[in-house]
Design a protein. Structure first.
Length: 97
């Protein structure tokens, strides 16, 4: 009986994971909420409350997106690592998928 063969290189998945992680870090470092909040000080705008609410929303969205991206990155990393370990184990006759 011929078993199924899985061809998978963990290297590209690992690179995608690293890229996603780097993107999440960059999102975390950005500070767009301050610009939105400070727009309330423009002459004649009377937008203090709305600008503050918008700034908080920008900050919250940034945090949520970064967190989700980090979780996806970790999932990709772990999947690539597990497949690489299974491949190595299969080659050695000690582990299979």
């Amino acid at each position: 009986m011929v078993g199924s063969q899985l061809e998978f290189s963990a290297e590209p998945a690992s690179k995608v994971s690293t890229s996603a992680s780097d993107c999440a870090d960059e999102i975390t470092r950005t500070t767009g909420d301050q610009e939105v909040t400070s727009s309330a000080t423009l002459a004649g705008t009377s937008l203090t409350d709305k600008a503050s609410t918008a700034g908080t929303a920008v900050s919250s969205a940034r945090t949520t997106f970064s967190s989700r991206l980090t979780k996806h990155s970790n999932g990709m990393y772990n999947a690539a690592k597990d497949v690489a370990a299974a491949d190595e184990g299969s080659a050695n006759g000690t582990r299979s998928l």
